[in-house]
Design a protein around this ligand. Structure first.
Ligand code: 1CP
Length: 349
C-alpha cells in the first residue's frame, strides 16, 4: 500500500511540476491555507493551544484536510509550525495568539547554543504519527512537509519573538560569527532530522521556509546563511522528494537560494516569475506568486493577476501556483476556492 501511494504521488501535478515534467494543469496550493481564514478551523481550535493542537495527530489530520476538501487544491500542507522541532529539543517556546512564537530565554551566547539539544526522531514521534494519519486520509492528494530554515529560526530564538529589524540577530551574526555558525549548524541538523521524519512517514514534497531571509544582502546571505540551508537541502538529495525553498523579499537572493539545492524556488509577489526564472536559472521550477492582499480586491483584478502569473510562470520548466506569502486571516475563503478553479481552468492542457 505504501508503494502504491508513493507511485500516485510521483504522478501528482505537484511533484511533476516540481520536477519540470508536463502536467494536465498547473498545480495550486496556498501557504497558510489551513488556519484562521477558515471558520471550521477556528471552531476546532477553540480553547486548545497551538502547540497542544500540533501534538494531537487526529486534530492535525483534520485541520490539514479542511482546505483540501473546501478548495480542491492540489496539495495539503501539514498543520504544524516551524518552532515545533525547537520546542521538541527542549527550548521553552510558545505560540502566542496574535503574536507568534515567543521564546522565554532567548539564545544569545555560546553557552546558550551549547544547551540547544540535537533533535532525536523520537522527540517528534507525534509528527510521524500525524503524517501517517493524514496521508492515509488524503489518498491521492500529496502532503507537503516543512521545516524552518536556520536563519528564520535563529531570528526567533535570538530575538525572543517576531522582529521587524532582526537587529539582535544581525548583531550576533556580525559580532560573534563562531556562535552564529554553531547555532545555525545545530538548527540545520535538527531541521534535517525533522524533515527526514516527515519523509519517512510519507510526505510527497518538503518546503524549507526561510521567511525572513530577505532581511539580508546577498553577500551576507551567502556568507552567513547559505552553507546552513545548503546542508539541509542537499542532505535530502537521496530522499527522493522534491524540495521547495521559500523566502519573502528575496528578489536579490533568488539565485543563491536556488544554489542551496532546491528543486523549486518560492518567489514573493515583488518579482515577476519570468524575471525570477532568469535569476534562478533554467533548471528549476518556481512557486508563487500572487500578492495575498490581491485576494481582497474585486474579482476582475484577481482574475487579471492570475492570468498574468500563469503567463509569466511559463518561462520556468515547472510552475506551482501559490501566493507570494501566506493567506491573511481576513481573506474570504470562497475567493480561494474560486482562484483554485480559475488556475485549473486557465491552465488545462
Ligand atoms: O493559533 C493560530 O491559528 C496561530 C496562527 C498560526 C498558524 C495557523 C501559527 C502561529 N502557525 C500556524 C500554522 C503554520 N505555521 C503552518 C501550517 C498551516 C498552513 O500553512 O496551512 C505553517 C506552514 C507555518 C510555518 C510558519 N510559522 C512560518 C513560515 C511560513 C510563513 O508564513 O512565513 C513562520 C514564520 C511561522 C512562525 C509563526 N507561527 C505563528 C505565527 C503567527 C507566526 C508568524 C509570526 C511572525 O510574524 O513572526
Amino acid at each position: 500500500m505504501g508503494s502504491m501511494t508513493t507511485t500516485t504521488h510521483t504522478d501528482s501535478a505537484l511533484v511533476r511540476a516540481a520536477r519540470g515534467i508536463d502536467t494536465p494543469h498547473t498545480p495550486v496550493w496556498f501557504m497558510r491555507q489551513a488556519g484562521r481564514s477558515l471558520p471550521e478551523y477556528r471552531e476546532l481550535r477553540a480553547g486548545i493551544g497551538m502547540l497542544d493542537t500540533i501534538r494531537r495527530p487526529d486534530l492535525v489530520a483534520e485541520i490539514t484536510l479542511q482546505p483540501v476538501r473546501r478548495h480542491g487544491v492540489d496539495a495539503a500542507i501539514l498543520f504544524s509550525d516551524i518552532v515545533v522541532p525547537v520546542a521538541a529539543a527542549g527550548v521553552d517556546v510558545d505560540i502566542v495568539a496574535g503574536t507568534g512564537p515567543v521564546v522565554a530565554e532567548p539564545i544569545r551566547s555560546a553557552q546558550d547554543v551549547a544547551a540547544l539539544r540535537r533533535l532525536d526522531p523520537s522527540d517528534v514521534s507525534y509528527v510521524d504519527e500525524a503524517v501517517r494519519l493524514t496521508t492515509a486520509e488524503l489518498g491521492d492528494t500529496p502532503l507537503i512537509g516543512f521545516a524552518g530554515a536556520p536563519f528564520t529560526l535563529a531570528s526567533y530564538l535570538i530575538e525572543g519573538g517576531p522582529s521587524r529589524t532582526h537587529a539582535k540577530t544581525k548583531a550576533l551574526m556580525y559580532g560573534d560569527p563562531d556562535t552564529w555558525h554553531a547555532l545555525c549548524a545545530r538548527l540545520a541538523e535538527n531541521a534535517l532530522t525533522f524533515l527526514r521524519v516527515q519523509i519517512g512517514a510519507g510526505v510527497a514534497a518538503v518546503q524549507l521556509f526561510d521567511s525572513w531571509a530577505g532581511a539580508l544582502s546577498e553577500a551576507d546571505y551567502r556568507r552567513y546563511v547559505l552553507p546552513h540551508s545548503t546542508a539541509v537541502l542537499t542532505g535530502l538529495a537521496e530522499a527522493g522528494v522534491p524540495r521547495i525553498h521559500f523566502g519573502v523579499g528575496t528578489a536579490e537572493l533568488l539565485g543563491a537560494m536556488g544554489e542551496a539545492g532546491a528543486d523549486v524556488v518560492g518567489v514573493d509577489w515583488r518579482t515577476p516569475l519570468d524575471v525570477a526564472t532568469r535569476r534562478i536559472g533554467p533548471d528549476k521550477a518556481v512557486q508563487g506568486n500572487l500578492d495575498p492582499t490581491t485576494l481582497l480586491a474585486p474579482w476582475e483584478v484577481i482574475e487579471a493577476e492570475v492570468r498574468r502569473i500563469l503567463d509569466q510562470g511559463r518561462a520556468a520548466p515547472g510552475h506551482i501556483f501559490n501566493l507570494g506569502h501566506g493567506v491573511l486571516p481576513e481573506i474570504d475563503p470562497t475567493v480561494l476556492t474560486r482562484v483554485t478553479e480559475l488556475v485549473h481552468t486557465l491552465s488545462a492542457r
